[in-house]
Design a protein around this ligand. Structure first.
Ligand code: 5AD
Ligand code: SF4
Length: 444
């Protein structure tokens, strides 16, 4: 590699989950701290960070085609860093196959990006896929700017080893950030403009820590503490694992007004045989009973989940059990995916891999059921009055977009400002959003 001029502009492209969005924001902050500016829309950046996702399908191929697309007519490229989970899983191959890449940095090492950048400018290529627990967060600069909603990573990694999933390999073992750091970061985010914080973790409800008095607490305790932060109005969290749910977390939904009535709790399948083969430590029935406990303390709680169709060996009858579970729950919204064999995971080499057409058909049927329920949930909201956090301007003049407590997108018009929490009556419902009528520029 040759020496290059230090970059003046950057662009971070994040793919995949919300934790990548958070990581991407933090990388951007580090670059900004170095005096590098975000590249204006439509202009080439001197430095491009591809913050990649490895969870499903052809992730690595996508990275190579993105790198190819960055090539200029004269054959040169901007400085390119590959970050995220593909970097962690396939860093060496990327370095070997893509000479245009000068930095490969894993999800636990991106605090070292500025040093790697110095080396890249000097003409050196560098890979850092170390997994030091927690060091990253201590090394990141303070948060300075955010919109009305912000992410806060409280936990990272996964010890569950579901047999289809790469996350335990790319994000490493479960770690919890310390309580005091999180309370501090929440204060900084509120000072920087956040009114809602979404607590993030691959297994966010596996978070464990000690409060100011040295008492052991879980995520429910952390949420109770964060609810005391003045100016923070709404708390959400994602993604949870059924095995880590405890009474402290469930009762928080009944007791903490700032905790929004929404639960994303992946189930993956409605068949106990498939769940066992997936190494999910719960059954369909234990999952349903857990949801009942949430509904008992918070009857209006909106439910969300993740599903995989076509896991190796899944029979038609087993897939029907997934549809049955969907009918029983009545989800407000869900994510559903075709099984994708991930290199190095146990399921990738299991017998009974399912044909593509079968998967397509199952996904279509599952999504038809989920879409039906989502529309029904939205329609059932018509006539409700609720508080909406104003998050963005809408497409039309005077129009605003926000979220209901149940995470529905709501559009409306009126004299409001970004970050206001307003009272709306929900008047119309589509599959993906609702229309609201402004009743008061303050919450009910
Ligand atoms: N194939 C398909 N979907 C997957 N997920 C995780 N790994 C795979 C895979 N190999 C889905 C699960 C998980 C969500 C984040 O992605 O549903 O909950
Ligand atoms: Fe992957 Fe399972 Fe861990 Fe979720 S709980 S990150 S699906 S291994």
């Amino acid at each position: 590699m040759q020496e290059t001029a230090p970059p003046r502009t950057y662009r971070v492209k994040s793919f995949g989950c919300q934790m990548n969005v958070y990581d991407g924001e933090r990388m951007a902050e580090m670059l900004a701290q170095r005096g590098i500016a975000p590249a204006p829309e439509g202009e080439e950046a001197d430095l491009v960070v591809l913050n990649t996702c490895h969870i499903r399908e052809k992730a690595a191929e996508k990275v190579y085609s993105d790198i190819g697309r960055l090539r200029r007519e004269d054959g040169s490229s901007p400085l390119i860093a590959v970050a995220g989970c593909v970097a962690q899983a396939e860093g060496e191959e990327i370095m070997a196959r893509a000479p245009a890449v000068s930095m490969v940095v894993g999800p636990q090492a991106y605090h070292r990006l500025p040093d790697m950048l110095d080396r890249a400018v000097a003409g050196e290529r560098a890979t850092d896929t170390d997994m030091p627990p927690i060091a990253k967060f201590d090394a990141l600069p303070a948060r300075r700017r955010t919109g009305p909603t912000a992410f806060l990573t409280v936990q990272e990694g996964c010890d569950k080893f579901c047999t289809y999933c790469v996350v335990p390999y790319t994000r490493g073992a479960e770690i919890s950030r310390p309580y005091a750091d999180l309370v501090e970061e929440a204060h900084r985010l509120v000072e920087a403009g956040a009114r809602e914080i979404t607590l993030l973790g691959q297994n966010v409800n596996a978070w464990r820590g000690e409060d100011g008095a040295g008492r052991g607490i879980g995520l429910g305790g952390l949420i109770r503490a964060l609810a005391k932060v003045d100016g923070l109005e709404r708390i959400r969290y994602t993604t949870s694992h059924p095995a880590d749910m405890d009474e402290e977390m469930i009762s928080a939904h009944g007791e903490v007004a700032k905790l929004m009535p929404f639960l994303h709790l992946p189930v993956q399948s409605g068949s106990d045989r498939v769940l066992k083969a997936m190494n999910r430590s719960h059954t369909a029935d234990s999952y349903l009973r857990l949801l009942e406990r949430f509904r008992a303390v918070r009857p209006d709680i909106a439910l969300s989940g993740d599903f995989i169709v076509g896991f190796p060996g899944e029979t038609d009858a087993e897939f029907e059990e997934t549809l049955k579970l969907v009918d029983e729950v009545g989800y407000a919204q869900c994510f559903s995916f075709k099984y994708s064999p991930r290199p190095g995971t146990p399921a990738a080499t299991m017998d009974g891999q399912i044909a593509k057409e079968v998967m397509d058909d199952r996904l279509q049927r599952l999504q038809a059921a989920l879409n039906r329920d989502q529309l029904a949930f939205n329609r059932a909201s018509i006539g409700k009055r609720c508080a909406v956090l104003v998050e963005r301007k809408g497409k039309y003049p005077g129009q605003w977009l926000g979220k209901s407590p149940w995470l529905q997108s709501v559009h409306f018009t009126g004299e409001v400002q970004l970050g206001d929490i307003v009272t709306l009556e929900l008047v119309e419902a589509g599959p993906n959003s609702l229309a609201g009528q402004l009743l008061a520029a303050v919450p009910a």
